[in-house]
Design a protein around this ligand. Structure first.
Ligand code: NAP
Ligand code: ZN
Length: 351
């Protein structure tokens, strides 16, 4: 298959900083769209992957799955988009399209789903490379329409931080009578607050960081609870219908279980791995409480969210950076010093 070279940023080993690399992009097949990338958000998953936190990274890695760009070229059979359209790509670029999950618009749970980076690229028999690059080639079924009224940099994080929190809010039927809590004020957490607030829910933020309290309120939380303060934690015992936990590292879930109402659910979206400390089951049994997990969202659901954001004028609060600043951005992300998503202006890659 013919390929073209695309400039990108990535890393070739676990200990190396990200630097400029050249990668191959396939020439468009019948159903493909070639996209010039304008902006790409920086997700904590990018950092986990670059540093092999999940033990599955194959190098070189080019991260990035919050992509907004413009259609450069379309394959002969593409029907949904034309050259010049503004489009977006999130965390997936392919799936089997035939299994029950795919038929139910849950492509993210397809056993053969292909991640935007670190997935298996069947066309080139290699690893997929993400959005820290000039361009990407994607099957039109995994390309999304962008609302025309929104700032493009602010829109990029909707493609992962947004959909990852929206999907559980919708699945657990959050609406105006719901009491929602969000753990951790970072990229996912700030989108969870905005989206739950827009759905009419009462929203509480749990944070370790007292200096983020005013920001939490400004983003739409009704109250902020500092998770290390036992009296504040006790004030919300048995309160929440759903808690979205975005914390990226192992942490104690037990204090949060006590804040769930009867039949409430704590949805883990942040941390992948064994719980430490373990869960104490008594408070779960005494209140029919659930601990669940959730992965991004399907393509139709992501389009629904983009349209919702367009209608309600919702974007992410972003700090736009040049690609050359990506290693500093990762260090700041590790210190929870993100307000509240870094987004790379991909024009900087041309410098
Ligand atoms: P982020 O911007 O770095 O935010 C994480 C927030 O969690 C921090 O701002 C901090 O908030 C809190 N936190 C960080 N370290 C902590 C610790 N050791 N203990 C307690 N709280 C801590 O990260 P993100 O981009 O939102 O991503 C969050 C996680 O979700 C990552 O692990 C990412 O890989 C994962 N993720 C999952 C999915 C999915 O589909 N399930 C999709 C995307 C991302 P405070 O300062 O307020 O405490
Ligand atoms: Zn992500």
């Amino acid at each position: 298959m013919n390929t073209t070279i695309s400039k990108a940023y990535g890393t070739e080993s676990v200990e190396a900083d990200l630097k400029q690399l050249n990668i191959n992009r396939r020439s468009v097949t019948t159903k493909d769209i070639e996209i010039d990338i304008l902006f790409c958000g920086v997700c904590h998953s990018d950092l986990h992957f670059a540093r092999n936190d999940w033990g599955m990274t194959q190098y070189p890695v080019v991260p990035g799955h919050e992509i907004v760009g413009k259609v450069r070229h379309i394959g002969s059979g593409v029907t949904k988009y034309k050259t010049g359209d503004l489009v977006a790509v999130g965390c997936m670029v392919d799936s089997c399209k035939t299994c029950n999950n795919c038929k139910d618009d849950l492509e993210q749970y397809c056993p053969e789903w292909v991640g935007t980076y670190g997935g298996y690229d069947k066309h080139l028999d290699t690893t997929t490379h993400g959005g820290y690059s000039e361009s990407i080639v994607v099957d039109e079924d995994f390309v999304l329409r962008v609302p025309e009224n929104l700032d493009l940099a602010g829109l990029a994080p909707v493609l992962c931080a947004g959909i990852t929190t929206w999907s559980p809010l919708k699945h657990w039927k959050v609406g105006k009578d719901s009491k929602v809590a969000v753990v951790g004020l970072g990229g996912l957490g700030h989108m969870a607050i905005k989206l739950a607030h827009a759905l009419g829910a009462e929203v509480t933020l749990f944070s370790r960081s007292p200096d983020k309290m005013q920001d939490g309120l400004d983003l739409g939380a009704d109250q902020v609870i500092i998770s290390s303060d036992e009296a504040q934690m006790a004030s919300v015992t048995n309160r929440f219908d759903i808690i979205i936990d975005t914390v990226p590292y192992a942490h104690d879930l037990n204090p949060y279980i006590g804040t769930l109402a009867t039949n409430g659910t704590l949805v883990i979206v942040g941390y992948l791995g064994p719980l430490d400390p373990m869960l104490v089951t008594v408070p779960m049994i005494m209140g029919r409480k659930t601990v669940a997990g959730s992965l991004i969202g399907g393509i139709a659901e992501t389009q629904e969210l983009l349209d919702f954001c367009g209608k309600h004028n919702i974007t992410s609060d972003v700090e736009v950076i040049n690609i050359q600043d990506i290693n500093t951005a990762y260090e700041r992300m590790l210190k929870s010093d993100v307000h509240y998503r870094f987004v790379i202006d991909m024009a900087s890659l041309k410098e």
